[in-house]
Ligand binder design. Structure first.
Ligand code: NAP
Ligand code: G4F
Length: 341
């Protein structure tokens, strides 16, 4: 029998790559979709034709219980979230509800459907649970590089909500003996990355300037440093975590760090452009509290899971610039369903 996976966040970047990976591993894949007429659902239907869809929302406990009852998954990957950090200041309560409380609702759905109570663990095979934790939890970092043992100091309502979900996942593992793990993932990008995040904003900006569709690119803090990897590599780590013998949390990143300025140089350079002629620094795009530096120590994932990133920062930037040049030159719209390579 094929193993069955239920993914929240199927319409997002990671959901798409993880679904493709699990399908290639022989899984039956189900995606949770929300809303009455969510335009991103048609993109999923087009790109991921073998994925089955079930309705539900991380804000709605009953819908998650119904989804778990219907799908009867072996594995649940909770990727759904308000994931754009600046939005978490503008809609802090919604972020807490979706990104934080959504984890509680998903864990409860699994617990209730599995018949697990404080005094009785799961009778039959356990549903394994993956939580999409984030390096944003490290925030104002206490040490570099960051490991599974580095203390958290989140700097945004998003980071705080992720920390809640992270500790809750650990707590359900300890309280109920559930196979529940968190992947503390550092920034990962791809041609499917949302246009609001800095890598894609830059590669789309480069493509627009190269094609004569724009004359400048407005950015915020160029000095922030991130550990950027390729999303296609990172989703494989999620799967490896749920197939491990013991439920444990892992840091997933490349171990290299670059500044936004270096990202900009690489992206404009990949299109043969001099970034200093086009980039405008805009104070309005700076954040109320910044995370200055993130850099992973992925040693545990390497030694225990055998996970290694395969795409370098330079290859990733070139891949994204090329994809955006192709998209825009072909008349594509980054916000439309046809746009995912
Ligand atoms: P993304 O592209 O922004 O996708 C977010 C997903 O969450 C979308 O599918 C969205 O669905 C869904 N969602 C939003 N509100 C929801 C709700 N109320 N109920 C159910 N689903 C909801 O994010 P991503 O980059 O793929 O990241 C996946 C996960 O990893 C997120 O939890 C993110 O916080 C976390 N993470 C990402 C990174 C990274 O660098 N990419 C790093 C660390 C952690 P709709 O289409 O319905 O809005
Ligand atoms: O691309 P970003 O918006 O990603 P950020 O804030 O690091 O968050 C991403 O990674 C997290 C993991 O560490 C995830 F949990 C989260 O869901 C998301 O996927 O910004 C990266 C850096 C920041 O320091 C920001 O201040 O780029 C800087 N930046 C400079 N100018 C900009 C801009 N960011 C954006 N989005 N837009 C700008 O114009």
């Amino acid at each position: 029998m094929a193993r069955r996976a239920l993914l929240t966040g199927i319409t997002g970047q990671d959901g798409s790559y993880l679904a493709e990976h699990l399908l290639s591993e022989g899984y039956e894949v189900w995606g949770l979709v929300r809303g009455q007429a969510n335009p991103r659902v048609s993109r999923v239907r087009k790109l991921l034709q073998d994925v089955q869809l079930v309705r539900g929302d991380l804000l709605d406990q009953g819908s998650l219980i119904s989804a778990v009852e219907k799908v009867q998954p072996d594995e649940v990957y909770n990727l759904g979230a308000i994931s754009f950090v600046p939005m978490s200041w503008e809609q802090a309560e919604l972020t807490a509800e979706v990104t934080g409380m959504g984890v509680l609702r998903m864990l409860e759905a699994i617990r209730v459907c599995s018949g697990i109570t404080a005094s009785r663990g799961s009778a039959s095979g356990q549903i394994r649970f993956y939580q999409a934790s984030s390096s944003e939890m490290f925030g104002q970092v206490r040490e570099t590089p960051q490991t599974e043992r580095t203390p958290f100091h989140p700097r945004s309502p998003y980071g705080v909500a992720k920390a809640y979900g992270h500790f809750l996942t650990q707590n359900y593992r300890e309280s109920y003996g559930m196979y529940a793990v968190s992947g503390i993932l550092f920034n990962h990008e791809s041609p499917r990355r949302g246009a609001e995040f800095v890598t894609r904003k830059v590669t789309l900006g480069v493509a627009r300037i190269k094609l004569g569709m724009a004359t400048e690119l407005r950015l915020g803090n160029l000095e922030a440093r991130r550990d950027w990897g390729y999303a296609g590599d990172f989703v494989k780590a999620m799967h490896l975590m749920l197939r491990a013998a013991e439920p444990e949390d892992y840091v997933i990143g490349t171990g290299r760090t670059q500044s936004v300025r270096e990202l900009v140089e690489a992206a404009f350079g990949a299109a043969g452009l001099d970034w200093e002629r086009y980039v405008v620094c805009d104070q309005a795009l700076h954040r109320p509290a910044e995370v200055d530096l993130l850099c992973a120590d992925p040693k545990k994932a390497r030694t225990q899971l055998g996970w290694e990133p395969t795409v370098s920062f330079e290859e990733l930037v070139a891949m994204m610039v090329e994809a955006d040049l192709r998209l825009l030159a072909g008349g594509g719209d980054p916000d439309q369903d046809s746009s995912w390579p």
